[in-house]
Design a protein around this ligand. Structure first.
Ligand SMILES: [Zn+2]
Length: 291
């Protein structure tokens, strides 16, 4: 198994201008997506593959009961000028390729017959705040949303997956959905948080792919559920020791995930143990779908 030199999220950033879904190889001689017309971009092989990924993830969100009615929305960057997103007023379990809209970075629809999701402004705010963000998933999973209606987040130091992939989630203040003011509520948190609770509403996650953004939703929802169940057992919670937490954060730094705790000088810049190296290999392989 090859050793990873560049963090996964860093590679996502490098690929930002020519982002391609899995299985689509960009031809070096071809024009970049941002250099072709909106209609040509919308019918490109990259867009076609992204639409399939959005539909697959939409179905997962609905099957896992992370969306209700026509709630939730998904988007992905298509080059540096365009975004593909889900339409408004349609269940995420019923999406078809023709339903996916092509928008510019200001939310103007350039291709597609349906109206875009009213929450696209939220997604665009995230893309503008972080070049690392390539895809955004917003939904209303019940356990995460239970925290969102209290303004609280689950405590840190309890579940390794939560620490490694997400870390402390942020809570954005309440605003009316679909408005510019609502979109702007996440701006202060995007750089250090890939998972943000939206007060009295739900959750939004960003990642290097649509698939990975949905993984973050799953991890956060499971963490919220597990924490609530653990509290019912009647035993004290057992926290990960501080020195082991520093190892997790060192690994997180190498993987390129955001976390405000990485600004702390106490977190080592490099891994310190063979165990950490092995963990790095496992996580990288999982992110790259190698196992
Ligand atoms: Zn919503």
């Amino acid at each position: 198994m090859q050793q990873t030199e560049v963090p996964v999220a860093e590679r996502g950033r490098e690929a930002a201008s020519t982002a391609s879904p899995a299985g689509v190889t960009s031809k070096p001689e071809a024009l970049k997506i941002e250099e072709i017309s909106p209609l040509a971009a919308a019918s490109s092989p990259e867009a076609e593959a992204f639409r399939k990924e959005i539909i697959r993830v939409g179905r997962k969100l609905w099957e896992r009961q992370y969306v209700d009615g026509c709630g939730g929305n998904i988007s992905v960057r298509l080059g540096s000028r365009y975004v593909l997103c889900t339409p408004t007023m349609l269940s995420k379990g019923d999406l078809e390729p023709a339903d996916i809209c092509l928008s510019d970075m200001d939310g103007n629809i350039l291709a597609g017959d349906r109206l875009r999701t009213s929450e696209l402004l939220l997604h665009l705010e995230i893309y503008k705040a972080s070049p690392q963000a390539q895809a955004v998933v917003h939904c209303h999973p019940p356990y995460a949303t239970a925290f969102a209606v209290t303004g609280a987040t689950p405590p840190n130091g309890l579940i390794i997956e939560y620490e490694l992939f997400i870390g402390p989630a942020a809570v954005a203040p309440y605003e009316t959905t679909g408005t510019k003011a609502f979109a702007e509520t996440v701006r202060p948190f995007v750089k250090d948080h890939n998972t943000i609770l939206l007060a009295n509403h739900g959750i939004v996650c960003w990642a290097d792919t649509v698939t990975h953004a949905e993984w973050l939703v799953e991890i956060f929802e499971t963490c919220c559920k597990t924490y609530l169940l653990a509290q019912q057992i009647g035993k004290p919670l057992s926290f990960i020791p501080e020195n082991k937490m520093r190892e997790i954060l060192a690994l997180k730094r190498r993987l390129g995930f955001p976390d405000a705790r990485l600004h702390d000088a106490a977190v080592p810049a490099e891994g310190t143990s063979a165990e950490l190296e092995r963990l790095m290999e496992q996580v990288t392989a999982r992110l790259e779908d190698r196992n």
